[in-house]
Design a protein around this ligand. Sequence first.
Ligand code: PMP
Length: 367
Amino acid sequence: MTAPKPQPGILGIAPYKGGEGSVPGVTKVHKLSSNETPLGPSPKAIAAYQKMAGELHRYPDGAADALRNAVARHHGLPAENIVCSNGSDEMISLICAAYCGPGDEVLYSRHGFLMYAIAAMARGATPVAAPEANYTADVDALLKAVTPRTRIVFLANPNNPTGSYISAAELRRLRNGLPAGVLLVIDAAYAEYVSRNDYSNGAELVAERDDTVMTRTFSKIYGLAALRLGWTYAPAGVVDVLNRVRGPFNVNAAAQAAGVAALEDVAWLDKARSHNDAELPRVTAALGKLGLDVLPSVGNFLLIRFPGGAAQSKAADEFLRSQGLILRAMGAYGLAEALRLTIGTAEENDLVIAALGAFMAKQAQRR
Ligand code: PMP
Protein backbone atom coordinates (compact mmCIF):
# COMPACT_ATOMS: atom_id res chain seq x y z
CA MET A 1 0.00 0.00 0.00
CA THR A 2 1.09 3.56 -0.61
CA ALA A 3 0.54 6.15 2.06
CA PRO A 4 -1.07 9.38 0.81
CA LYS A 5 1.44 12.14 0.26
CA PRO A 6 0.93 15.36 2.20
CA GLN A 7 1.34 18.76 0.59
CA PRO A 8 4.90 20.06 0.14
CA GLY A 9 6.41 21.53 3.29
CA ILE A 10 4.25 19.66 5.76
CA LEU A 11 6.74 16.92 6.60
CA GLY A 12 9.31 19.65 7.30
CA ILE A 13 7.23 20.94 10.20
CA ALA A 14 8.45 20.18 13.70
CA PRO A 15 5.12 19.73 15.53
CA TYR A 16 4.38 22.41 18.12
CA LYS A 17 4.88 21.13 21.64
CA GLY A 18 2.80 22.90 24.26
CA GLY A 19 4.02 23.53 27.78
CA GLU A 20 3.99 20.41 29.90
CA GLY A 21 1.69 20.05 32.88
CA SER A 22 3.05 17.03 34.71
CA VAL A 23 6.30 15.45 35.85
CA PRO A 24 6.48 11.67 36.21
CA GLY A 25 6.70 10.74 39.87
CA VAL A 26 5.96 14.26 41.15
CA THR A 27 2.47 14.72 42.57
CA LYS A 28 2.32 18.46 43.31
CA VAL A 29 3.28 20.49 40.26
CA HIS A 30 3.19 24.17 39.38
CA LYS A 31 2.60 24.70 35.68
CA LEU A 32 4.54 27.79 34.74
CA SER A 33 5.11 26.72 31.15
CA SER A 34 2.36 28.26 29.00
CA ASN A 35 1.96 31.90 30.05
CA GLU A 36 -1.41 31.22 31.65
CA THR A 37 -2.67 33.55 34.37
CA PRO A 38 -2.30 32.26 37.94
CA LEU A 39 -5.59 33.96 38.84
CA GLY A 40 -7.68 31.87 36.47
CA PRO A 41 -10.68 33.31 34.63
CA SER A 42 -13.25 35.73 36.00
CA PRO A 43 -15.84 33.85 38.12
CA LYS A 44 -18.41 35.52 35.85
CA ALA A 45 -16.83 33.85 32.83
CA ILE A 46 -16.96 30.48 34.60
CA ALA A 47 -20.65 31.02 35.40
CA ALA A 48 -21.41 31.96 31.77
CA TYR A 49 -19.57 28.83 30.60
CA GLN A 50 -21.51 26.62 33.02
CA LYS A 51 -24.79 28.14 31.91
CA MET A 52 -24.14 26.86 28.41
CA ALA A 53 -24.33 23.25 29.60
CA GLY A 54 -28.07 23.14 28.93
CA GLU A 55 -27.62 24.39 25.36
CA LEU A 56 -25.10 21.91 24.03
CA HIS A 57 -27.43 20.60 21.33
CA ARG A 58 -27.53 24.05 19.66
CA TYR A 59 -25.00 25.26 17.12
CA PRO A 60 -23.15 28.36 18.20
CA ASP A 61 -23.79 31.71 16.56
CA GLY A 62 -21.51 31.40 13.54
CA ALA A 63 -21.05 35.16 13.38
CA ALA A 64 -20.29 35.40 17.12
CA ASP A 65 -22.30 38.62 17.19
CA ALA A 66 -22.57 39.06 20.96
CA LEU A 67 -18.84 38.48 21.37
CA ARG A 68 -17.88 40.77 18.51
CA ASN A 69 -20.14 43.46 19.93
CA ALA A 70 -18.59 43.06 23.37
CA VAL A 71 -15.07 43.27 21.91
CA ALA A 72 -16.12 46.36 19.96
CA ARG A 73 -17.58 48.01 23.05
CA HIS A 74 -14.64 47.28 25.30
CA HIS A 75 -11.94 48.16 22.82
CA GLY A 76 -13.65 51.01 21.00
CA LEU A 77 -13.50 49.24 17.64
CA PRO A 78 -16.14 48.65 14.94
CA ALA A 79 -17.81 45.26 15.42
CA GLU A 80 -17.89 44.66 11.66
CA ASN A 81 -14.09 44.69 11.65
CA ILE A 82 -13.78 41.90 14.24
CA VAL A 83 -13.41 38.21 13.37
CA CYS A 84 -13.37 35.64 16.18
CA SER A 85 -11.37 32.44 16.13
CA ASN A 86 -10.66 29.22 17.95
CA GLY A 87 -7.69 30.72 19.76
CA SER A 88 -5.42 33.16 17.99
CA ASP A 89 -3.50 30.11 16.77
CA GLU A 90 -6.40 29.38 14.44
CA MET A 91 -6.24 32.92 13.09
CA ILE A 92 -2.52 32.56 12.36
CA SER A 93 -3.39 29.46 10.32
CA LEU A 94 -6.37 31.11 8.60
CA ILE A 95 -4.26 34.10 7.62
CA CYS A 96 -1.66 31.78 6.09
CA ALA A 97 -4.39 29.76 4.36
CA ALA A 98 -5.77 32.91 2.81
CA TYR A 99 -2.62 34.86 1.97
CA CYS A 100 0.31 32.54 1.25
CA GLY A 101 1.13 29.42 -0.69
CA PRO A 102 4.00 27.58 -2.38
CA GLY A 103 6.73 29.96 -3.54
CA ASP A 104 5.70 32.69 -1.10
CA GLU A 105 7.66 33.84 1.91
CA VAL A 106 6.35 34.53 5.40
CA LEU A 107 8.59 36.78 7.45
CA TYR A 108 8.98 37.04 11.22
CA SER A 109 11.76 37.85 13.66
CA ARG A 110 14.28 35.28 14.80
CA HIS A 111 12.79 34.47 18.19
CA GLY A 112 9.22 35.11 17.14
CA PHE A 113 6.32 32.87 18.14
CA LEU A 114 6.75 29.36 16.67
CA MET A 115 3.32 29.11 15.08
CA TYR A 116 4.22 31.60 12.33
CA ALA A 117 6.69 29.22 10.72
CA ILE A 118 4.45 26.21 11.29
CA ALA A 119 1.39 27.86 9.70
CA ALA A 120 3.46 29.09 6.75
CA MET A 121 4.94 25.65 6.10
CA ALA A 122 1.52 24.03 6.35
CA ARG A 123 0.60 26.10 3.27
CA GLY A 124 3.79 25.28 1.39
CA ALA A 125 5.19 28.77 1.95
CA THR A 126 8.75 29.42 3.10
CA PRO A 127 9.26 30.83 6.58
CA VAL A 128 11.98 33.49 6.74
CA ALA A 129 13.46 34.63 10.07
CA ALA A 130 15.06 38.07 10.27
CA PRO A 131 17.81 38.61 12.86
CA GLU A 132 16.97 40.43 16.08
CA ALA A 133 18.94 43.07 17.95
CA ASN A 134 19.28 42.40 21.65
CA TYR A 135 16.44 39.84 21.64
CA THR A 136 14.10 42.43 20.13
CA ALA A 137 12.55 42.59 16.68
CA ASP A 138 14.77 44.76 14.47
CA VAL A 139 12.74 46.81 12.00
CA ASP A 140 15.71 47.40 9.69
CA ALA A 141 16.54 43.69 9.62
CA LEU A 142 12.91 42.80 8.91
CA LEU A 143 12.70 45.32 6.08
CA LYS A 144 15.99 44.07 4.67
CA ALA A 145 14.63 40.51 4.61
CA VAL A 146 11.62 41.47 2.49
CA THR A 147 11.73 40.09 -1.07
CA PRO A 148 9.24 40.20 -3.95
CA ARG A 149 7.96 36.87 -2.59
CA THR A 150 7.11 38.17 0.88
CA ARG A 151 3.36 37.96 1.48
CA ILE A 152 2.92 38.16 5.25
CA VAL A 153 4.97 39.63 8.10
CA PHE A 154 4.12 38.37 11.59
CA LEU A 155 5.23 40.46 14.53
CA ALA A 156 4.40 39.47 18.09
CA ASN A 157 4.39 42.68 20.08
CA PRO A 158 5.27 42.04 22.85
CA ASN A 159 7.07 38.95 21.69
CA ASN A 160 6.86 35.51 23.24
CA PRO A 161 9.32 34.19 24.49
CA THR A 162 11.66 37.17 24.76
CA GLY A 163 9.22 39.56 26.49
CA SER A 164 10.54 42.45 24.41
CA TYR A 165 8.52 44.92 22.35
CA ILE A 166 8.99 47.61 19.74
CA SER A 167 7.56 51.09 20.16
CA ALA A 168 4.56 52.49 18.32
CA ALA A 169 6.93 54.62 16.25
CA GLU A 170 9.00 51.57 15.27
CA LEU A 171 5.86 49.61 14.45
CA ARG A 172 4.73 52.40 12.16
CA ARG A 173 8.18 52.55 10.58
CA LEU A 174 7.95 48.81 9.89
CA ARG A 175 4.53 49.19 8.29
CA ASN A 176 5.59 52.17 6.21
CA GLY A 177 8.66 50.33 4.98
CA LEU A 178 6.80 47.21 3.85
CA PRO A 179 5.72 47.06 0.21
CA ALA A 180 2.05 47.56 -0.61
CA GLY A 181 0.22 44.27 -0.61
CA VAL A 182 2.29 42.69 2.15
CA LEU A 183 0.01 41.83 5.06
CA LEU A 184 1.36 42.89 8.46
CA VAL A 185 -0.02 40.78 11.31
CA ILE A 186 0.47 42.41 14.70
CA ASP A 187 0.07 39.64 17.25
CA ALA A 188 -0.80 41.47 20.45
CA ALA A 189 -1.51 38.38 22.58
CA TYR A 190 0.09 40.02 25.63
CA ALA A 191 -1.02 43.62 25.00
CA GLU A 192 -3.07 43.83 28.21
CA TYR A 193 0.07 43.36 30.29
CA VAL A 194 2.01 46.23 28.76
CA SER A 195 2.08 49.55 30.56
CA ARG A 196 4.59 51.59 28.57
CA ASN A 197 3.79 54.99 27.15
CA ASP A 198 5.51 54.27 23.86
CA TYR A 199 3.67 50.97 23.26
CA SER A 200 0.77 50.49 20.90
CA ASN A 201 -1.16 47.34 20.09
CA GLY A 202 -1.27 48.61 16.51
CA ALA A 203 -5.04 49.18 16.28
CA GLU A 204 -4.49 52.65 14.83
CA LEU A 205 -2.55 51.16 11.92
CA VAL A 206 -5.36 48.70 11.23
CA ALA A 207 -7.84 51.59 11.20
CA GLU A 208 -5.77 53.60 8.74
CA ARG A 209 -4.94 50.91 6.22
CA ASP A 210 -6.11 47.95 4.12
CA ASP A 211 -3.13 45.71 4.79
CA THR A 212 -2.65 45.41 8.55
CA VAL A 213 -4.39 43.27 11.16
CA MET A 214 -4.14 42.86 14.94
CA THR A 215 -4.73 39.50 16.61
CA ARG A 216 -5.71 39.07 20.28
CA THR A 217 -6.41 36.22 22.64
CA PHE A 218 -8.48 35.30 25.69
CA SER A 219 -5.88 32.68 26.64
CA LYS A 220 -3.54 34.91 28.57
CA ILE A 221 -4.77 37.67 30.89
CA TYR A 222 -8.41 36.52 30.63
CA GLY A 223 -7.51 33.00 31.72
CA LEU A 224 -9.59 31.15 29.10
CA ALA A 225 -6.86 29.14 27.36
CA ALA A 226 -8.82 25.89 27.62
CA LEU A 227 -11.76 27.33 25.68
CA ARG A 228 -9.63 28.45 22.70
CA LEU A 229 -10.79 31.96 21.96
CA GLY A 230 -9.20 34.76 20.01
CA TRP A 231 -10.24 37.72 17.92
CA THR A 232 -8.79 39.82 15.15
CA TYR A 233 -9.27 43.44 14.16
CA ALA A 234 -8.94 43.72 10.41
CA PRO A 235 -9.88 46.01 7.52
CA ALA A 236 -13.09 45.16 5.64
CA GLY A 237 -11.33 43.40 2.76
CA VAL A 238 -9.42 41.09 5.08
CA VAL A 239 -12.53 40.44 7.21
CA ASP A 240 -14.33 39.33 4.05
CA VAL A 241 -11.50 36.95 3.15
CA LEU A 242 -11.22 35.50 6.66
CA ASN A 243 -14.97 34.89 6.80
CA ARG A 244 -14.66 32.84 3.62
CA VAL A 245 -11.88 30.58 4.87
CA ARG A 246 -12.90 30.04 8.48
CA GLY A 247 -15.17 27.22 9.55
CA PRO A 248 -18.79 28.32 9.82
CA PHE A 249 -18.89 27.57 13.57
CA ASN A 250 -15.21 27.97 14.40
CA VAL A 251 -15.85 29.41 17.87
CA ASN A 252 -17.86 27.25 20.23
CA ALA A 253 -20.84 28.64 22.13
CA ALA A 254 -19.33 28.22 25.60
CA ALA A 255 -16.25 30.16 24.56
CA GLN A 256 -18.40 32.95 23.13
CA ALA A 257 -20.45 33.21 26.32
CA ALA A 258 -17.42 33.10 28.59
CA GLY A 259 -15.61 35.64 26.43
CA VAL A 260 -18.43 38.18 26.74
CA ALA A 261 -18.56 37.74 30.51
CA ALA A 262 -14.77 37.99 30.78
CA LEU A 263 -14.75 41.27 28.87
CA GLU A 264 -17.43 42.69 31.11
CA ASP A 265 -15.55 41.86 34.31
CA VAL A 266 -13.15 44.78 34.09
CA ALA A 267 -12.30 44.51 37.79
CA TRP A 268 -10.96 40.99 37.24
CA LEU A 269 -8.81 42.18 34.37
CA ASP A 270 -7.41 44.94 36.57
CA LYS A 271 -6.66 42.44 39.31
CA ALA A 272 -4.75 40.19 36.92
CA ARG A 273 -2.81 43.15 35.58
CA SER A 274 -1.98 44.46 39.08
CA HIS A 275 -0.76 41.03 40.11
CA ASN A 276 1.60 40.92 37.16
CA ASP A 277 2.71 44.52 37.69
CA ALA A 278 3.77 43.59 41.22
CA GLU A 279 5.29 40.18 40.57
CA LEU A 280 7.10 40.70 37.26
CA PRO A 281 9.63 43.26 38.57
CA ARG A 282 9.99 41.40 41.86
CA VAL A 283 10.85 38.10 40.19
CA THR A 284 13.06 39.80 37.59
CA ALA A 285 15.13 41.44 40.33
CA ALA A 286 15.33 38.33 42.51
CA LEU A 287 16.48 36.08 39.66
CA GLY A 288 18.94 38.71 38.47
CA LYS A 289 20.57 38.66 41.91
CA LEU A 290 21.25 34.95 41.45
CA GLY A 291 23.52 35.69 38.50
CA LEU A 292 20.95 34.76 35.89
CA ASP A 293 20.50 36.90 32.80
CA VAL A 294 16.81 37.75 32.90
CA LEU A 295 15.62 39.70 29.88
CA PRO A 296 13.46 42.70 30.75
CA SER A 297 9.89 41.67 29.95
CA VAL A 298 6.65 43.58 29.41
CA GLY A 299 4.59 40.37 29.33
CA ASN A 300 3.59 37.84 32.00
CA PHE A 301 6.68 35.72 31.53
CA LEU A 302 10.45 35.96 31.77
CA LEU A 303 13.18 34.56 29.59
CA ILE A 304 15.92 33.36 31.94
CA ARG A 305 19.32 32.86 30.32
CA PHE A 306 21.82 30.69 32.13
CA PRO A 307 25.45 31.85 32.20
CA GLY A 308 26.52 28.22 31.82
CA GLY A 309 24.64 27.87 28.52
CA ALA A 310 22.46 25.04 27.25
CA ALA A 311 23.85 22.37 29.58
CA GLN A 312 23.20 24.48 32.66
CA SER A 313 19.73 25.42 31.43
CA LYS A 314 18.92 21.74 30.96
CA ALA A 315 20.24 20.86 34.41
CA ALA A 316 18.19 23.69 35.92
CA ASP A 317 15.08 22.47 34.12
CA GLU A 318 15.57 18.98 35.51
CA PHE A 319 16.19 20.29 39.01
CA LEU A 320 13.12 22.54 38.92
CA ARG A 321 10.99 19.68 37.60
CA SER A 322 12.13 17.42 40.39
CA GLN A 323 10.57 20.03 42.69
CA GLY A 324 7.38 20.18 40.66
CA LEU A 325 8.22 23.50 39.01
CA ILE A 326 7.55 23.25 35.28
CA LEU A 327 9.05 25.99 33.13
CA ARG A 328 9.43 25.92 29.35
CA ALA A 329 12.64 24.79 27.68
CA MET A 330 13.47 27.07 24.76
CA GLY A 331 15.47 24.90 22.36
CA ALA A 332 12.73 25.11 19.73
CA TYR A 333 13.18 28.90 19.71
CA GLY A 334 16.94 28.68 19.23
CA LEU A 335 17.42 29.63 22.88
CA ALA A 336 18.66 26.38 24.41
CA GLU A 337 20.54 28.37 27.07
CA ALA A 338 17.26 29.71 28.41
CA LEU A 339 14.10 28.71 30.25
CA ARG A 340 10.88 30.69 30.09
CA LEU A 341 9.06 31.25 33.34
CA THR A 342 5.40 32.26 33.45
CA ILE A 343 4.66 34.60 36.33
CA GLY A 344 2.68 32.51 38.81
CA THR A 345 1.14 33.26 42.19
CA ALA A 346 3.46 35.01 44.64
CA GLU A 347 3.95 31.64 46.38
CA GLU A 348 4.84 29.89 43.14
CA ASN A 349 7.25 32.64 42.21
CA ASP A 350 8.89 32.33 45.62
CA LEU A 351 9.29 28.60 45.07
CA VAL A 352 11.02 29.24 41.73
CA ILE A 353 13.29 31.91 43.20
CA ALA A 354 14.26 29.60 46.07
CA ALA A 355 14.80 26.60 43.80
CA LEU A 356 16.92 28.53 41.32
CA GLY A 357 18.85 30.01 44.26
CA ALA A 358 19.62 26.51 45.49
CA PHE A 359 20.50 25.37 41.98
CA MET A 360 22.89 28.25 41.31
CA ALA A 361 24.53 27.79 44.73
CA LYS A 362 25.13 24.11 43.95
CA GLN A 363 26.54 25.03 40.56
CA ALA A 364 28.95 27.52 42.18
CA GLN A 365 30.18 24.83 44.59
CA ARG A 366 30.94 22.48 41.70
CA ARG A 367 33.30 24.97 40.14
N1 PMP B 1 0.61 34.52 19.86
C1 PMP B 1 1.52 34.51 20.83
C2 PMP B 1 2.62 35.51 20.81
C3 PMP B 1 1.46 33.54 21.85
O1 PMP B 1 2.37 33.49 22.80
C4 PMP B 1 0.39 32.61 21.83
C5 PMP B 1 0.24 31.54 22.90
N2 PMP B 1 1.36 30.85 23.24
C6 PMP B 1 -0.52 32.68 20.80
C7 PMP B 1 -0.40 33.65 19.84
C8 PMP B 1 -1.64 31.71 20.66
O2 PMP B 1 -2.56 31.85 21.65
P1 PMP B 1 -4.02 31.20 21.57
O3 PMP B 1 -4.09 30.33 20.38
O4 PMP B 1 -4.18 30.47 22.84
O5 PMP B 1 -4.93 32.39 21.45
